[in-house]
Write a protein of this length. Structure first.
Lengths: 109, 113
């Protein structure tokens, strides 16, 4: 079983709508949890980084939350844009980085 | 511009023909690493380097070699590529292993026939 599980695997939404991506992890303890955005054919780019003691972090229209009790994190995207179409990867750092498999988001006009 | 560069971006080769993928960063980062990304498996670390002349195995090091003779460069070497090494490869760097921000290169898509 993967230590970092993301859901859904893929998601299609209409431009302007909000969406929430989920990340469940079993890694414990950990030093930080990150969300990356990866455009097709490009390298991942960091969106947010939260330590285990933080429970929310925003970056523009992206807001990440962390619940250390339930071992869950979510990434909420507000007022989606076509450029948000990408893979979103949840990563937990415990010594090394442990990557989730990603959620493929497609924003349609 | 601060960046991580990789070359080549695309490569098609045949089984057994040695190849090198170069990686260079201009941010004076100490920590560099190589990942491969395969559908359904996510990113997996191949090798990493904490500093010049210091390298160590990641999760999937078999069939790969690396070297770190200079701080800015971290080439990935496939001495005898096999089809199961067909993948998308990323180089990344950060100030230190425990530093938050890790910068990824643009990726190298390798096909071994």
């Amino acid at each position: 079983k993967n230590q970092v599980e993301q859901s859904p695997q893929s998601l299609i939404i209409l431009e302007g709508k909000n969406c929430t991506l989920q990340c469940n992890y079993t890694v414990s303890p950990f030093s930080n949890l990150r969300w990356y955005k990866q455009d097709t054919g490009r390298g991942p780019v960091s969106l947010t980084i939260m330590t285990f003691s933080e429970n929310t972090k925003s970056n523009g229209r992206y807001t990440a939350t962390l619940d250390a009790d339930t071992k869950q994190s979510s990434l909420h995207i507000t007022a989606s844009q076509l450029s948000d179409s990408a893979s979103y990867i949840c990563v937990v750092k415990r010594g090394k980085l442990i990557f989730g498999q990603g959620t493929e988001l497609s924003v349609k006009p | 511009e601060a960046q991580v560069t990789q070359n080549p971006r695309y490569l098609i080769t045949v089984t057994g023909k040695k190849l090198t993928v170069t990686c260079s960063q201009n941010m004076n980062h100490e920590y560099m690493s190589w990942y491969r990304q395969d559908p359904g498996l996510g990113l997996r670390q191949i090798y990493y380097s904490m500093n010049v002349e210091v390298t160590d195995k990641g999760d999937v090091p078999e069939g790969y070699k690396v070297s770190r003779k200079e701080k800015r460069n971290f080439p990935l070497i496939l001495e005898s590529p096999s089809p199961n090494q067909t993948s998308l490869y990323f180089c990344a760097s950060s100030l230190g292993r425990d530093h938050y921000e890790q910068y990824f290169g643009p990726g190298t898509r390798l096909t071994v026939t």
